[in-house]
Design a protein. Structure first.
Length: 276
């Protein structure tokens, strides 16, 4: 199997096209079957790299791309054993999210999904950030799980898609907020990928006042927890994640010179909570 992937990666585009014409369906089936393989070399360096190169060169047919996307949105892939922690199933979920984000971005340009297919995939995938409980980044010899970062990429792709519905925005924003409270302090720049979600919403002219309200509610949750439960490890992890995210959001807005009211509110809350 590795030999086949390595051979494909050394082929030129004409050779790959000929291979896909003869063996495309079988290759896709094999790649998807091993999308979450715990071995980093196979999952990331071979299969995902090959997927991206085939996608970029448009060597998948429209039907194949639609079938891959529809397969990955389901219980055996994006939501495979969802809720588990510290198990290898995270690789299946996380890399399904990563593949889906690439396919959704591609569909925004190529429109290989029907309107019904696209809407179904966007709806299903919008809850991934909230549902994912295994938030590990780098997992030793097994490489990157990076579920929060890949989930953020998926949410950003959903928002950027031409068929994005504003009714999904609260679901996705809730996913960001939920991510702050999963008992882990993120150390692999996850906040930068999460802030991109807000950038995509702003680019879609999402109401600034709704984002301001969301920021207020995010800090309110910290305050309520502190008053009712106190200074627990979960509180400190959530506080750190929230502040890291909000600082990144502030500088992103400052450099882009967008949403000045939102930037001002974020600045006020960060200054307040830095003193607590």
């Amino acid at each position: 199997m590795k030999a086949t992937f390595n051979e494909l990666l050394t082929m030129n585009e004409t050779e790959r096209q000929a291979y896909m014409n003869e063996n495309g369906e079988q290759l896709i089936e094999t790649m998807i079957a091993h999308i979450g393989h715990p071995e980093d070399e196979l999952r990331d360096k071979l299969i995902y790299r090959l997927f991206i190169e085939l996608l970029a060169a448009q060597l998948f047919t429209r039907k194949q791309m639609a079938q891959i996307a529809s397969t990955l949105k389901g219980d055996h892939y994006l939501f495979c054993s969802i809720g588990e922690r510290e198990t290898d199933t995270v690789f299946t979920r996380s890399f399904s999210a990563l593949w889906l984000s690439d396919l959704i971005n591609a569909d925004g340009q190529l429109r290989f999904l029907s309107e019904q297919e696209a809407t179904s995939i966007l709806d299903a995938a919008s809850i991934y950030l909230t549902k994912e409980k295994d938030v590990r980044g780098f997992v030793g010899e097994k490489g990157w799980a990076h579920s929060i970062a890949h989930g953020a990429d998926l949410s950003s792709a959903i928002i950027a898609h031409p068929l994005f519905s504003v009714r999904l925005a609260p679901v996705i924003l809730q996913g960001i907020k939920d991510g702050f409270w999963k008992g882990t302090v993120y150390v692999d720049d996850e906040e930068e990928r999460l802030v991109t979600i807000v950038e995509k919403l702003i680019a879609k002219d999402f109401p600034e006042e709704v984002l301001i309200e969301w920021v207020e509610q995010t800090f309110d949750k910290l305050q309520f927890y502190l008053m009712e439960v106190g200074y627990t490890p979960q509180y400190f992890a959530a506080r750190t994640n929230t502040l890291h995210f909000m600082k990144t959001l502030y500088f992103t807005l400052k450099f882009s010179q967008k949403s000045p009211q939102l930037m001002g509110i974020v600045s006020l809350f960060v200054a307040k909570w830095m003193k607590q």
